[in-house]
Design a protein around this ligand. Structure first.
Ligand code: ADP
Length: 570
């Protein structure tokens, strides 16, 4: 049965009960009133008639007069029409007969007295009969009232019980399933799909329960199929990550460790179970490597693990979703092999450069001797050849010098001789050294360096080398007869900035960030491509070793501006 019909039936039943109660009350009230009416109407009237007849008989104590006869006639007549009790008719008939005899015995006083007595007794009899009837009917009315009270009370109590149980149970009947449904829906919203509702009724709640059960079953199936595929993918990714030779550590946005592959576990020296799910800074307190990874930003790390020393490059990737950072992945790539090869290469370069320097220097010396007229005359072609050889020897010497510097930087053997010097000294040395090349290209070097500038804390040779390199590049990539500006000025309170501005071809923006990388040369740069691509890299190392900064700003077609800073003497 539907809830609607149940409601209708319940309320209808209460209504019927209330009607029955009212009906019974009305019925019994009617009966009581009928009983009371019967007493008043019949018996009480008979008593009145009898009373009046007796009063008429006893009015003067002698023979009856006409007025008395009239009263007796009237009341006797009324009594004859008000016979209600068994035996009352007979007594009334007897009274009528005696009354007739009284009427005919007018002159016989003794007979009249006797007849009056008989009449009185008969009237008393009738009155007694009616009084008994009144008492009896009163009993009946009392019984009826008692029965009515009991029945109405019973009906009322029954009605009360039904209404009470209705009032107590009905809200629960509606609210309990809704409460259970709400609780289950909350569970479902927490992705707990194993929810089934057992509404046994065949009403709307029963249907709702079935629909809910079907929904959770389907959700569960979907979740399981989804979960299975997600788990499968997770296992696959874990297998891939574990089979990699690089160490990989995944952290969520709250720095909780999500995963660490086998290589990472070996390096950290902890098992995946000890790492996964833990707050990384907590683990870092007891693990040097993890602390290093979280705190430092070094791109290269030396790690002692598995009883040997290895080199790792460190890469940290932010994982984003919908523009929000949801974690990061730290990748440690084993570069021990490259590191060893790199070291071998650096040593090799250092040795070769060093070994080449002496023969090249002696070539230059020999060339100087050959050019000297005192040794002997050379013709014009031979002089030209000698000049070419000298040029090549100079370039070779520059290259070997740069390679040697590079090797020094890479092997950490860079030695700085700090001293206090005026920027003007650095500028003068550099401009003097580069003058020959500038003149060859008819490039003017405009210098702006105030004498009032404070002294700087620098390695004079290395800084001059850097400035020469920048000026040499500026001239190299400038058009003939153009101007290169060398400006020295204060930057911030404690820095002096050296800048070299040319108006040459400039550099494409995409290459700017790579200019200071080793061996990097801008592809297809039209100028003389004989350089090593090491100049700016060495310059950066020299400047940073002196706590300075080097930067570039360039616009294709307009020229470039290279600048570096040095700390001033306080
Ligand atoms: P190189 O010895 O090849 O000049 P550098 O490290 O000094 O090496 O310069 C790297 C590259 O930067 C050069 O190959 C050149 O393409 C570019 N470059 C450097 N200075 C300038 C400049 N002033 N104008 C344009 N390009 C420049």
């Amino acid at each position: 049965m539907t809830i609607k019909n149940k409601l209708r039936t319940g309320i209808g039943f209460l209504f019927v009960l209330a009607l029955i109660c009212c009906g019974l009350s009305v019925y019994f009230l009617n009966r009581l009133s009928a009983d009371a009416g019967a007493i008043l109407k019949d018996n009480y009237k008979s008593l009145q008639y009898g009373q009046q007849i007796l009063t008429a008989i006893d009015a003067n104590g002698g023979p009856l007069n006409d007025a008395q006869f009239k009263v007796i006639d009237t009341n006797l007549n009324l009594e004859q029409h008000n016979i209600t009790e068994p035996g009352e008719g007979k007594l009334t008939d007897s009274l009528t007969a005696v009354y007739g005899q009284i009427k005919q015995s007018n002159h016989d006083a003794a007979l009249q007295n006797k007849l009056h007595l008989q009449a009185r007794q008969l009237v008393y009899g009738i009155m007694q009969l009616n009084m008994n009837a009144i008492a009896h009917k009163n009993d009946i009315a009392t019984n009826t009232a008692t029965r009515a009270t009991i029945l109405v009370a019973f009906c009322g109590a029954f009605l009360f019980l039904v209404a009470f149980s209705f009032a107590v149970n009905f809200p629960g009947y509606i609210a309990n399933p809704l409460k259970e449904l709400t609780a289950r829906i909350k569970e479902v919203s927490n992705r707990n799909y194993h929810q089934q509702i057992d509404f046994k009724s065949d009403d709307e709640f029963g249907e709702l329960g079935q629909a809910f059960n079907t929904m959770t079953k389907k959700l569960d199936e979907f979740e399981n199929s989804n979960l299975a595929s997600i788990l499968f993918e997770k296992r696959r990714i874990e297998t891939i990550i574990n089979s990699m030779h690089d160490a990989i550590i995944g952290l969520d946005e709250k720095l909780m460790i999500i995963f660490a592959n086998e290589v990472a576990c070996t390096l950290i020296g902890m098992s995946a179970e000890q790492l996964n799910g833990r707050y990384a800074p907590d683990v870092a307190l007891e693990n040097d490597l993890l602390r290093n990874l979280l705190v430092n930003d070094q791109p290269k790390l030396k790690i002692f693990a598995d009883n040997r020393e290895s080199f790792y490059s460190r890469e940290s990737l932010s994982v984003t979703s919908k523009g929000k950072v949801i974690g990061k992945v730290i990748i440690l790539k084993n570069i021990t092999e490259y590191q060893q090869l790199d070291e071998a290469k650096t040593n090799f370069i250092a040795t070769i450069s060093h070994e080449l320097k002496t023969p090249i220097s002696s070539i230059k010396m020999s060339l100087k001797l050959l050019e000297d007229d005192r040794i002997g005359n050379v013709n014009t072609e031979q002089r030209q050849l000698l000049e070419n050889i000298d040029d090549d020897a100079r370039r070779l010497l520059q290259i070997t010098g740069e390679l040697l510097d590079m090797a020094q930087v890479e092997t950490g053997k860079l030695q700085l001789n700090f001293g206090s010097t005026h920027p003007r000294n650095i500028v003068d040395y550099a401009v003097r050294a580069i003058k020959f090349i500038a003149d060859q290209k008819q490039v003017t070097i405009k210098v702006k360096c105030d004498e009032s500038l404070p002294e700087v804390h620098a390695d004079l040779d290395k800084t001059t080398w850097v400035l020469i390199n920048l000026l040499s590049n500026a001239i190299k990539y400038s058009h003939e007869k153009s101007v290169v500006e060398l400006v020295v000025k204060k930057r911030h309170s404690d820095e002096i900035e050296f800048s070299v501005q040319d108006h040459g071809k400039g550099i494409e923006e995409q290459y700017l960030s790579r200019l200071f990388e080793r061996y990097f040369k801008v592809p297809n740069a039209t100028a003389d491509q004989t350089g090593t691509g090491l100049g700016l890299a060495i310059a950066k190392d020299f400047i940073e070793a002196q706590s300075g900064k080097i930067e570039v700003d360039s616009e294709l077609g307009s020229g470039s501006r290279f600048a570096f800073t040095l700390k001033r003497i306080a």
